[in-house]
Design a protein around this ligand. Structure first.
Ligand code: CP
Length: 312
């Protein structure tokens, strides 16, 4: 199968076949990171711009590493050190970047829809590295890859996503992605942090964490996104932690082979107890490892790699 998409904007626009191709390609890419010399010439001569309008540790670093492992050149731009602080618009910024002939622009932006706005304006491939509360498709892909690696399948699994669902682009992309791949997704959190109509993404809802934990094969904890809340949606962090935090006591009611995930950054002791985050069920750092592989696969595929490139 050939990958024909110019851009990676969200999970909704990827087909099951395309997701499987990305995951299979990522499985192959992962091996490159285990070699003594972690570099192949596949994307030599290609230019990748990392345009991060919001802070990031995992996504930005793993895209940078992914591009370099494939021998592409990378250039980073952040809002605070670009001419955006002088009033240049996003569209003008993108047109100026385009004039320097990049092959891929990876963009993270606080406004939902920013990558979609740029997509028709530039010939470079746009990869959405997280836009507002809307989508974080590369996170969902690495999450699906990590679960598939541990469980051998996605179809039929019970996935619980717990926390501040309203403000989470990770939650939205994972609801769509895991449902599309045949999993049953349940979201849980306080009523103030569950958006109206989330059921339209094909998921079920509970306001009780214990209900979500009980039958789950996978539990994904999310942090409270205070930076996107107009006002705090829970009386105190302590109360939130008592009612919605995942601790060892709660975990005793989960399946014996449950997997614990978190996209990061974690607020230890709030949504997840340290002993859970670092415990035997946690695959949180596997998610980070697979982030590099998935992003290598995406750069390779949007640049036509499956048609003409060499990963040996
Ligand atoms: N999961 C995630 O997007 O992490 P960063 O914000 O550090 O990139």
């Amino acid at each position: 199968m050939q990958f024909k998409k110019k851009d990676i904007l969200d999970m909704a626009s990827l087909t099951v076949d395309e997701i499987e191709l990305i995951l299979d390609t990522a499985d192959r890419m992962k091996e490159i990171s285990t070699r003594p010399i972690k570099k192949v010439p596949t994307l030599r001569g290609k230019t990748v711009i990392l345009f991060f309008h919001e802070p990031s540790t995992r996504t930005r670093t793993s895209f940078d590493i992914a591009a370099k492992r494939l021998s592409a050149d990378t250039h980073s731009i952040s809002a605070s050190t670009s001419s955006i602080v002088k009033g240049e618009t996003l569209i003008d910024t993108a047109r100026n970047l385009e004039a320097m002939a990049p092959d891929v622009i990876v963009i993270r932006h606080s406004c939902s829809g920013a990558p979609h706005l740029l997509s028709p304006l530039v010939s470079a491939s746009i990869i959405n590295a997280g836009d507002g509360m809307h989508a974080h498709p590369t996170q969902a892909l690495l999450d699906i890859m990590t679960v598939r690696e541990h469980k051998g399948r996605i179809s039929g699994l019970q996935i619980a996503i717990i926390g501040d669902i309203t403000h989470s682009r990770v939650a939205r992309s994972n609801c769509i992605g895991f449902s599309k791949m045949g999993a049953n997704v349940i979201v849980a959190g306080p009523p103030t942090m569950i958006p109206m109509g989330i059921e339209n993404l094909g998921v079920s809802v509970t306001y009780h964490i214990d209900e979500a934990v009980k039958d789950a094969d996978v539990i994904m904890m999310l942090r409270i996104q205070k930076e996107r809340q107009q006002r705090f949606l829970f009386p105190t962090l302590r109360e939130y932690s008592v009612l919605y935090g995942l601790n060892m006591k709660r975990l005793k009611h989960a399946k014996e082979d449950v997997l614990i995930m978190h996209p990061g950054p974690m607020n230890r002791g709030v949504e997840i107890a340290p002993e859970v985050a670092d415990g035997p069920y946690s695959i949180i750092l596997d998610q980070v490892t697979n982030g590099v592989a998935v992003r290598m696969a995406l750069l390779y595929l949007v640049l036509g790699g499956a048609r003409n490139a060499d990963t040996d």
